[in-house]
Design a protein around this ligand. Sequence first.
Ligand code: ZN
Length: 162
Amino acid sequence: MQITKDKVVSIDYTLTDPQGRVLDSSEGRQPLSYLQGTGSIIPGLERELEGRSAGERLQVTIEPADAYGERDERLVQAIPREAFGGIDNIQVGMQFQAQSPTGQRAIVRVVDVADDEITVDANHPLAGVALTFDVTVRDVRDATAEELAHGHVHGPDGHAHG
Ligand code: ZN
């Protein structure tokens, strides 16, 4: 069975950055299961997997535009320390949930700490990074009607409902 829209796909994968560092891997875990054509994995990888079958292995490098996007330097902002009222000992690398004026929530990372200002970066940590995936397709099956209605995978390796 080939990977096409609305198939449930299970993959083993290892994700590395351009320096060859492993960023994520399914090794030692269940394969990742997702519903093809729903945007639940990055667009570039979904496109590369289209038409593949169980047992196929591929190594692909996905450019940032088809992964987590390019970096946007406007998302790096200095914020008065008072805005972090009540939080002591703010350090580079800490993460906070922030809300934009339009109500969108984002995770921001502290990238610089000065006496009166904290600089945060709201870019996705992998924005601007070309991602290399080493993928083995483990299984391809039809989605159930319920999975299609929900837009995600059910079952032992998928989404569990409480
Ligand atoms: Zn569901």
